[in-house]
Design a protein around this ligand. Structure first.
Ligand SMILES: [Zn+2]
Length: 208
């Protein structure tokens, strides 16, 4: 198994971690947007893998720094399934539509500024993605409840466990079978704190 950290490394946004299992099955854990740093614009336009080569995406929760580049991933060729909890799908739909509106407005603002400055022909700034791109990715979502083992194939099964961070947030417990070996890998995602109103306490994985 190979793990590549493509975001949320040496900083906290842009969560995206690539697993290559058995040298053939390609999984992305989270597909977040880089936010709040000078390099965000450039980082959001490159990957570290080929979107069309991914087999699936497993999503920990709906915050934009964990799911905010899904429409761009789909726009650039990803056609696999997106696995998440039911509440994450509901929240991600709202957040991604909002994010697309912000991307569209930002591009429009930049283009107005350029038009004033350049007085004529200029290359227009394109939004990272649009509302129409978001609508195209919604039917790729498959929802799986907490604590339900889901087998993707003979190499990978996983279950979500309540991370107590926001509604629907999950840690992901992956069971990986490669040649004659079995591995367990836990992707915590963002963890919440105990004794919060409304949210359940984070449910630890004692075995990791
Ligand atoms: Zn979060």
């Amino acid at each position: 198994m190979k793990i590549k950290f493509c975001g949320a490394a040496q900083e906290v946004t842009g969560s995206a971690h690539h697993l290559l299992i058995n040298d053939s099955f390609s999984v992305l854990l989270d597909c977040g947007l880089f936010q709040g740093i000078d390099e965000a614009e450039a980082l959001n336009r490159k990957w570290g893998f080929e979107p069309k080569d991914l087999d699936c995406l497993i999503l920990s929760h709906a915050h934009i720094d964990h799911c905010g580049r899904i429409p761009k991933l789909v726009k650039e060729g990803f056609r696999g399934k997106i696995y998440c909890t039911p509440a994450t799908r509901s929240l991600a739909t709202i957040l991604l539509l909002d994010s697309a509106k912000i991307q569209e407005n930002d591009a429009e603002y930049e283009n107005k500024k350029l038009a004033k400055r350049k007085h004529g022909e200029f290359e227009k700034v394109q939004p990272l993605y649009t509302i129409s791109d978001v609508l195209k990715c919604l039917n790729l979502f498959i929802t799986i409840s907490y604590e339900t083992e889901f087998k993707i194939n003979n190499h990978l099964s996983f279950k979500f466990r309540d991370a107590g961070h926001i509604l629907g947030s999950a840690s992901v417990f992956l069971n990986i079978h490669e040649e004659d070996k079995n591995f367990s890998l836990v992707f915590s995602g963002d963890l919440g704190r105990p004794n919060r109103p409304i949210l359940r306490d984070p449910h630890p994985f004692r075995s990791c």
